[in-house]
Design a binder for this molecule. Structure first.
Ligand code: SAH
Ligand code: SF4
Ligand code: F3S
Length: 454
């Protein structure tokens, strides 16, 4: 245990998390680390000795929101509370955070979390502590003390950082350079999770297709597709997902693995960003529309139907009506099961800041609306096709008001269901974290409904 215990014997912390799955999972590792250092997690700021924010800076004025929040809490400093900023805004703003929010004593980006135990000792001694990345480290944040919040499905980081430098994106500046974990350490974590009763694993990385096994014995290295299969073969693991795939490094071997191994979920998230090759080039995405569609063709040719989702940015500097129209035709051509669409937002340090031809916000909003309406139509048609089929779902929850169980299909769709007949004697009804066969009886743009097959 580090530091001097408070009168009640234990230091307490409050942690709030913003951002992507990588951040959510980092927080699980940070919580585990703090518990190991003798802290106790509490639910409110008032109860906490240490208040931590794990921040995201992907869009909008994220850093300003963090500073506003910190300003709100300044008065709590008189009560002896300490404050720390973690994650992407911490890395991006660095020591400027101490200038604008002098009550903060800890600033730590994700590439330095492995140093948190020593940093906690420093702040407890009344000092400031900074952990910033210089894009030099080759180390990952691995800990055996991950405090996972869901007992049935969990994340495993396989690769951290990003070396792609897409023109609009802060991530290469906030998460350091690309570094992969050995496949053996990933598999050891997967086996440990299976022993604890986990049945679903989601492998995480900003760009999982860049995975390069750093195992020193070259004969024991696994490609990303081989790693997927090896995780799926861990006894007890029923579902394996992965995110995010970058089209540039997306290989056919991944599609072949999914087609051959039922435990690999039939879903690929393959962000396209725009359907215009001219804009893809300006975004430095390193592929053309045609190359992207070639990968989609591999996925569609698979023996097993694989659901495809994507991310799109509208209003990137210089996006013409014609560029935007190409994004709309791409949506039709691919037929996505889901699209996360965003208005372009200028970010610090990124090359796109140098581009002129900014698109006014109202125009970005207009394009976003058109895109969302179009995608909704596509999804209505796609989701309807599931009516009459039976799918296995993982049971994720129960909605009291609607009297419905919440299930997730392998393809990542939400399938809510009821249990109309009593299961036959000896057969269990739905249990959280269990699996159930469900007949789809209705569809919405973003979810399906059905009845458990008993
Ligand atoms: N590594 C992933 C994406 C990470 S960020 C990939 O390469 O696909 C998640 C999504 O946020 C991106 O796919 C992009 O659509 C969006 N995004 C990133 N930077 C953005 C910005 N400056 N403005 C708007 N959207 C952005
Ligand atoms: Fe950002 Fe591009 Fe890296 Fe994805 S691949 S995290 S969009 S720089
Ligand atoms: Fe946000 Fe950082 Fe993730 S900017 S989206 S928390 S990588």
């Amino acid at each position: 245990m580090s530091g001097v215990p408070e009168e009640d014997g234990q230091k307490t912390f409050y942690l709030e998390t913003f951002g992507c799955q990588m951040n959510v999972h980092d927080s699980e590792k940070v919580v585990g680390t703090l518990l190991q250092e003798g802290y106790r997690q509490v639910e409110t700021v008032e109860q906490a000795d240490l208040i931590l924010y794990n921040t995201c800076s992907i869009r909008d004025k994220a850093e300003q929101r963090v500073f506003h929040r910190l300003a709100d809490y300044r008065k709590l400093q008189a009560q002896g509370k300490k404050f720390g900023v973690l994650g992407c805004v911490a890395q991006q703003e660095g020591e400027r955070i101490f200038e604008r929010a002098p009550h903060v004593s800890l600033v730590c980006g994700s590439a330095s979390y492995r140093n948190l135990p020593q940093m906690l000792v420093q702040i407890e001694a009344g000092n400031r502590s900074t952990g910033l990345d210089d894009r030099q480290t080759d180390e990952c944040f691995e800990t055996e003390f991950t405090a996972r919040t869901n007992p049935h499905r969990g994340y495993i980081t396989i690769i951290e950082g990003c070396d792609k430098f897409c023109a609009y994106c802060v991530v290469p500046f906030t998460r350091g350079k690309e570094r992969s974990r050995t496949s053996e350490s990933v598999l050891a974590e997967a086996r440990q999770m299976a022993d604890l009763g986990y049945t679903e694993i989601q492998l995480l990385g900003q760009n999982v297709n860049s995975y390069r096994d750093p195992t020193s014995d070259a004969t024991k290295r696994r490609s990303f597709a081989e790693l997927l299969v090896a995780v799926a073969e861990v006894p007890g693991i029923k579902r394996v997902r992965f995110t995010t795939s970058h089209p540039r490094d997306f290989g056919r071997d991944i599609v072949e693995a999914i087609a051959a191994v039922p435990a690999l979920c039939d879903h690929i998230h393959l962000p396209v960003q725009t359907g215009s090759t001219r804009l893809l080039d300006a975004m430095q995405r390193l592929y053309t529309r045609e190359e992207y569609l070639e990968r989609i063709a591999w996925i569609k040719a698979a023996k097993r139907e694989i659901s495809i989702t994507t991310d799109v940015i509208v209003g990137f500097p210089g996006e013409t009506e014609a560029d935007f129209a190409e994004t709309l035709t791409l949506l039709d051509e691919v037929g996505y099961d889901g699209v996360f669409s965003f208005k372009y937002s200028p970010r610090p340090n990124t090359p796109a800041l140098q581009l002129d031809d900014a698109i006014p916000d109202e125009e970005k909003a207009r394009r976003l609306e058109i895109l969302m309406v179009k995608q909704k139509e596509i999804q209505i048609a796609r989701y309807k096709k599931y009516i009459g089929t039976v799918a296995e779902v993982m049971v994720e929850g129960y909605n009291e008001t609607r009297g419905q169980w919440i299930g997730r299909m392998s393809s990542n769709k939400t399938l809510n269901f009821t249990v109309e007949a009593q299961p036959a004697p000896g057969l269990p009804g739905p249990v959280l974290g269990g699996y159930a066969p469900v007949l789809v009886t209705g569809s919405f743009p973003n979810s399906l409904v059905g009845k458990m097959v008993v």
